[in-house]
Design a protein around this ligand. Structure first.
Ligand code: UT7
Length: 332
């Protein structure tokens, strides 16, 4: 990556988690699932997750996170040039969720669109947003990672329904000095592995008919074991590439934030780089897998805990459906 004279700096951050907490005990209490708190904690690290209220959709979660972010920065909605919503659970296929958020925020000048890349979406949206800032095209770009996965979860499938949760996080990017903000990024897809994680129906390939819905093809389908292998193999390479592109090594990193899919994936990657637990974000125990929201939610939690300070170098790694990988180094 060349070094532009303007950098894309994180000006602020805000998040939203729905109030309803679904515990493992509640899932265990459903005999048809034949699952247990013990299995879920041991295999995933998840203890509970949040569920959106019946009247909340992804644009609502996104708007609340965005409002918190704007309050954090003091920037007015009128100053936003572009809104990118990373999600796989848009309110509907169109209009883009970003248009609904733009309306809700009364961000009159803002353009916007959705970026559908699943759990990798937040990092890819950051990299995308940064291009507009460093080129001088836009001054304020709002990047939102938000998902309401509970709406596309097959609640009869124990291999997936114990994993997911709902939430949203937003960051505002704006111009900074060279060396601030996004220092590097790498992105890759392995489309050969697309079938490992998908929602088969609801797009142009397969219409949702009563038969399709009865077969739960309008829900998340996942081959977890193979994805797990791809993640454990791919994360270190993506992370190393991002650190190298920033001219840094593991010792220079203050905090690593991975997409929160499984505690065993997080621990394997942390061990690979020799990162002690205090350098690694873990929210999966309380949030489950919130897809595009997991990393901004983790950023906000770290900041609230006093574990993220100005100047810290943060390594972000997203992975998921695609099979897509994206890593970035951000100077906070
Ligand atoms: O966010 C996007 C990226 N996502 C990922 O990267 C997910 C990566 N994959 C994973 O995190 C893990 O593969 C899972 C958590 C999804 C599954 O863990 P696993 O250790 O790979 O389990 P498995 O699928 O191999 O299943 C092991 C056993 C099976 O039983 P048998 O065949 O050994 O008798 C499953 O039927 O565990 C059974 N099982 C369950 N048992 C109790 C699967 N789900 C459950 C459950 N409760 N909820």
């Amino acid at each position: 990556m060349s070094t532009p004279s303007i950098s894309a700096k994180v000006l602020g951050l805000g998040t939203y988690l729905p109030e309803r907490v679904l515990t493992n005990a509640e899932l265990q209490a459903r005999p048809e699932l034949d699952t247990s708190d013990e299995w879920i904690v041991r295999r995933t690290g998840i203890r509970e997750r949040r569920l959106a209220a019946d009247d909340q959709a992804t644009s609502d979660l996104s708007t609340l996170a965005a409002e918190a972010c704007l309050a954090d920065t003091g920037v007015s909605p009128d100053a936003i040039d572009l809104i990118i919503v990373a999600t796989v659970t848009p309110d509907m296929l169109f209009p883009a969720t970003a248009c609904l958020v733009q309306r809700n925020l009364a961000a009159r000048r803002a353009a916007g669109y959705d970026l559908l890349l699943g759990c990798t979406g937040f990092v890819s949206a950051l990299a995308t947003a940064a291009q507009f800032i460093t080129s001088g095209s836009f001054e304020h770009v709002l990047v939102i990672g938000a998902d309401t996965l509970s709406r596309i979860t097959d609640w009869t499938d124990r291999s997936t329904c114990v994993l997911f949760g709902d939430g949203a996080g937003a960051v505002l990017l704006g111009p900074g000095e060279p060396g601030e903000g996004l220092l590097s990024f790498v992105m890759s897809n392995n489309g050969e592995a697309s079938g490992l994680l998908s929602m088969p129906a609801g797009g142009s390939r397969l219409r949702i008919t009563p038969e399709v819905a009865a077969a739960h093809l309008d829900c998340i389908r996942m081959e977890g074991k193979e994805l797990f292998r791809l993640a454990v193999e791919g994360i270190p390479t993506a992370a190393e590439d991002a650190m190298r592109a920033a001219g840094l090594g593991p010792d220079d990193i203050d905090m690593m934030i991975m997409h929160q899919a499984n505690i065993r994936i997080i621990e394997a990657a942390a061990e690979r780089f020799g990162f002690p637990p205090e350098k690694v974000a873990v929210t999966i125990d309380r949030h489950g897998n919130t897809s595009a929201a997991s990393m901004p939610l983790a950023l906000d939690e770290l900041r609230a805990q006093g574990r993220l300070s100005a100047g810290d170098r943060v390594l972000l790694v997203g992975f998921g459906a695609g099979f897509a990988l994206a890593a970035a180094v951000v100077r906070w």
